[in-house]
Design a protein around this ligand. Structure first.
Ligand code: HGY
Ligand code: MN
Ligand code: MN
Ligand code: MN
Length: 421
């Protein structure tokens, strides 16, 4: 079972702050987007470069790296046949479009730093500290978010057809280019019993910690999420000669649907958040009535049952809205992730680590999704947040103060040390 001991009498271990901050700023150059921020979706060339960079960074630190068949990068202490149960720590390297440099990357680098410090500090661990950079958490290019953590938990599902990206291209080759293998993805699965704990450090991405003046967030729960892929098929035509009456305009339907999606979280209060974030208009030409529109709609709530009800309701309502405009709608649920709570003992362990470091902390919930919620279904899971300036994330302005980044990494290290040593 999980055994959480008190801090070592010698006092807390510390990460190498300058090394961590330098790593974050070096990694931020990979995928830098001329239009702002970082665009580094999983299985893109930039992501490939990031994985290579992290392998080098970890290897320079004397650590052992390996890419599993799903494309997850695992980092361990060298020269051990890992018979010990594992204390797994990590997050993701991939980003959304025009992202900040901390979402995901921070938790991965801090996890590698933690393994490095533990590797240098002590040979005798009860649990093997392992860092992981999960592949494709965001789903920005290949719309299969949480791909890597799902594979690790044996949740890849139906693999009889290749997963494809937003343009319909197979994952097969891009995955093989980082060292994965689509035919062997099932081999990326671990036995949950071999993982005593999963710990994820992340920026909060919201305003709660900053507003409360709290240095550390102890995460109690992570929101659930469903994503719809909606295809609207109408009839393309000449913008000048086609009468208004009788048009089958899928973009007009998309507009109505977008407002209806918003209302599920506002007027109707059926969920906490509802967003249309992606719209593809075809042929997307000024004087042509569109023929087809593809769009996404995503919904979030802390209550899994509420989301399930909403999903059923919208599978009826969205096609009905489209039909009123003579447009045919095909609605598919492309992602369904359950809300999860974190492990009570790990929450206490994070709070204790923060106390030992003299950092004030508070309990917060996560409105963002994390690999931690996939892990939490089968493994004791804890999450640590640090403040986000102005609560911003998924934008280039995403920022956290250096001293908060280092403090959060110290809390991760201290929590892992209390577990492992
Ligand atoms: O979308 C999310 O909540 C996360 O950043 N993947
Ligand atoms: Mn994100
Ligand atoms: Mn993230
Ligand atoms: Mn306390």
């Amino acid at each position: 079972g999980l055994n959480v001991s008190a801090p070592t009498p010698a006092g807390p271990l510390r990460v190498d702050g300058p090394r961590l901050l330098q790593g974050l700023s070096d990694l931020a150059r990979i995928g830098a987007d001329p239009r702002g921020g970082i665009t580094r979706p999983s299985f893109s060339p930039a992501d490939r470069e990031a994985v290579r960079w992290l392998r080098d960074w970890a290897t320079e630190g004397g650590l052992h790296t390996e890419v599993d068949p799903a494309g997850n990068l695992l980092v361990r202490r060298p020269g051990r046949r890992h018979r010990l149960p594992v204390a797994l720590m990590g997050s993701h390297l991939d980003t959304v479009h025009n992202a900040g440099h901390l979402d995901g990357a921070y938790g991965v680098l801090a996890a590698v730093e933690t393994v490095r410090v533990l590797s240098a500090a002590s040979a005798e661990c009860r649990y093997e500290p392992v860092a992981v950079a999960f592949a494709n958490e965001e789903g920005a290019l290949f719309p299969q978010p949480f791909w890597g953590s799902r594979a690790l938990m044996g949740e890849t599902g139906d693999m009889s057809v290749d997963p494809v990206d937003n343009e319909g291209r197979s994952l097969r080759e891009p995955l093989s280019l980082i060292g994965g293998d689509l035919d062997r993805v099932a081999e990326a699965a671990w036995h949950p019993a071999d993982i005593v704990a999963y710990l994820e450090l992340h920026i909060e991405q919201g305003p709660v910690l900053e507003q409360a003046g709290s240095r550390i967030g102890v995460v109690d729960a992570i929101v659930g999420r469903i994503v719809f892929d909606i295809e609207l098929v109408g009839a393309a035509g000449h913008a000048g000669t086609t009468p208004m009456r009788g048009r089958k305009d899928p973009l007009a339907a998309a507009a109505q649907i977008t407002l209806a999606v918003r209302e599920t979280a506002t007027r109707r209060r059926l969920c906490q958040r509802a967003t249309v974030g992606r719209l593809e208009v075809s042929p997307n030409s000024t004087n042509v009535i569109p023929g087809t529109v593809r769009m996404t709609a995503e919904f979030r709530d802390g209550d899994a049952d509420r989301l399930e009800l909403l999903e059923k309701l919208l599978h009826r309502e969205i096609p009905a809205i489209a039909e009123e405009l003579g447009v045919h709608a095909v609605v598919q649920t492309s992602t369904r992730v359950r809300a999860r709570v974190t492990d009570e003992r790990l929450r206490a362990a994070v709070a204790e680590a923060a106390d030992a470091l003299g950092l004030n902390h508070m309990t917060v919930s996560s409105g963002a999704g994390h690999d931690a919620q996939i892990m939490a279904a089968q493994v004791p899971t804890g999450m640590i947040f640090v403040p986000s300036c102005h609560g911003l994330s998924h934008v280039p302005e995403e920022h956290t103060k250096d001293e908060d980044l280092v403090a959060g990494a110290d809390v991760l290290l201290q929590t892992a040390a209390n577990l492992a040593l």
